[in-house]
Write a protein that binds this ligand. Structure first.
Ligand code: GDP
Ligand code: IMO
Ligand code: MG
Length: 469
């Protein structure tokens, strides 16, 4: 019953969509467990380039069941638009499942997100303004509207009317904004119901049953470790648990269902929105990384802030997520640089930090301590084997590995799926519920791979098992 979690190890946009698409064919389920359409996951599938915000990046594979878990917040208008986009592109969304316990993003959440950011002025978080924070606020306040409420018109209208008594007061009296008409909101949302209701499921039961039947589940994280509500650079974070522990809470499986945690980090680092960023570059190199790496937000189009690879952050991500593997993406973007810097520590008021400082003030003012390594001048986008990389690139990866204390088992050298170096990535399942990395090339999954990319038969619990894993 391998459950594997894929998480961002930085501030988001690490290339989670590409890597999910790369490894998804080995799985039976791909499930999102937190966040909403603040996410923007770019997937190049065949000749199509798709930006997915809400639907799991495995949707393109006909053998996979995509699931939006209970930990997510769903804007139904966006969900329907995304389903329509996928259908237009030739991908069926019939198999898509949505947890009835996921919360709905309501129109007043979008308004409150915009108003509270406006009120913060220069101190704004720089949210995506998709209503994420206010939707999670209502979830915690127990006044949220859930997907399953769409099944009962009476309850739905009652809950929305009750919520709006308070929300309208807040909007009108505190923010000086317009009030919402409860009937109009209900009519709009209940009109979405026929499109969404056929997809509603009980995600916890479904996944646990699937795991019992030896199905393979990939938990696809959104955002990144440093945007996590508990472990990120609070308050400049999103409102959900983006770290690996969130996969259990946000989908209803126990932590023992998770056998492996794959962290995704860029070979440099970016951030969208406000907040501390010790290695941020304000010079020509920063501009180069942004333009070569096409660093513009998939969701909002905002230019991403760029900086040198921060090993302190990735080591921290390795700890809070319990990473078993690391994937380094966008290594190709560094080609052509004379030298490359890695931040190995911070300094603040005479103190040296080799892990993320506990104090927000220290993190804000942390000065990066760099190691400098030689760059490489060749194009590496065609490399498919670790040994084909120039010596300097191999040394860079080796240093990243050493500083993180985690094996770099995947390296991306371009946005296309095949522009990837597999260096020991394996989801071979071992006796005792342990999934072990395997440095042998070409043995990602033991068992036969069929035409559709599905694995038939394999080693489960040390025994060879026939049939679909
Ligand atoms: P996500 O939110 O983590 O899924 O990442 P995004 O999709 O928002 O941003 C990553 C961007 O980098 C996308 O445009 C990807 O197509 C692109 N990308 C992913 N891996 C690589 C890589 O190895 N090299 C290059 N040049 N681009 C990549
Ligand atoms: P993916 O999944 C990068 C950032 C926003 C803002 C903060 C809070 O594509 O990696 P929110 O709208 O969530 O309340 O905004 O979080 N943010 C992201 N940054 N990638 C994302 O998702 C993000 N989702 C939210 O820019 O700083
Ligand atoms: Mg993104």
């Amino acid at each position: 019953m391998p459950g594997i979690v894929l998480v961002g190890a930085q501030w988001g946009d690490e290339g989670k969509g590409k890597i999910t698409d790369l490894i998804a064919s080995d799985f039976d389920f791909v499930t999102r467990f937190q966040g909403g359409n603040n996410a923007g996951h770019t997937v190049i599938h065949g000749d199509k380039r798709l930006a997915l915000h809400l639907i799991p990046s495995g949707i393109m594979y006909p053998n996979i069941t995509p699931l939006i878990g209970n930990g997510c917040v769903i804007d139904p208008r966006v969900l329907i638009e995304e389903m329509d986009m996928l259908e237009r592109e030739g991908f069926s969304t019939e198999r898509l499942l949505v947890s009835g316990n996921a919360h709905l993003i309501m129109p007043y959440h979008l308004a409150l997100d915009a108003e509270s950011e406006r009120r913060l002025g220069d101190s704004e978080i720089g949210t995506t303004r998709r209503g994420i924070g206010p939707a999670y606020q209502d979830k915690a306040a127990r006044s949220g509207i859930r997907v399953q409420d769409l099944l009962d018109e009476h309850i739905f209208r009652l809950k929305v009317k009750t919520a709006l008594i308070e929300k309208n007061d807040l909007l009108v009296k505190v923010y000086g904004a317009d009030a919402f008409d409860a009937e109009a909101v209900c009519d709009e949302y209940l009109a979405y119901a026929p499109r969404i209701v056929p997809h509603i499921t009980e995600s916890s039961q479904l996944l646990n049953e699937a795991l019992r039947r030896q199905k393979w589940v990939l938990f696809e994280g959104a955002q990144g470790t440093l945007l996590d509500i508990d472990h990120g650079t609070y308050p400049f974070v999103t409102s959900s648990s983006c770290t690996a522990g969130g996969a259990a809470i946000g989908s209803g499986v126990g932590p023992t269902a998770i056998n492996k945690v794959l962290g995704i980090a860029k070979a440099y680092i970016t951030r969208v929105g406000s907040g501390p960023f010790p290695t941020e570059l304000f010079d020509e190199t920063g501009v180069t990384l942004g333009s070569v790496g096409s660093e513009f937000g998939t969701t909002t189009g905002r230019p991403r802030r760029c900086g040198w690879y921060d090993a302190v952050i990735v080591k921290y991500a390795a700890e809070v997520n319990g990473l078993t593997d690391l994937c380094i993406t966008k290594l190709d973007v560094l080609s052509g640089l004379e030298t490359i810097k890695i931040c190995v520590a911070y300094e603040h008021e005479g103190r040296r930090y080799t892990t993320v400082p506990g104090s927000q003030t220290a993190f804000h003012h942390a000065r990066p301590v760099y190691e400098e390594m030689p760059g490489w001048q060749t194009d590496i986008t065609g490399c498919r084997d670790f040994e084909e990389l120039p010596r300097a690139a191999r040394d860079y990866i080796a240093r990243i590995e050493e500083l993180a204390g985690v094996s770099v088992s995947l390296i991306a050298v371009g946005p296309e799926r095949n522009q990837t170096i597999t260096r020991g990535w394996s989801i071979r399942y071992q006796e005792g519920g342990h999934v072990e990395g395997d440095r042998a090339k070409g043995s990602r999954v033991e068992g036969r791979r069929t035409e559709g990319g599905r694995t038939e038969g394999g080693h489960v619990g040390g025994r060879h098992v026939e049939g679909n894993l």
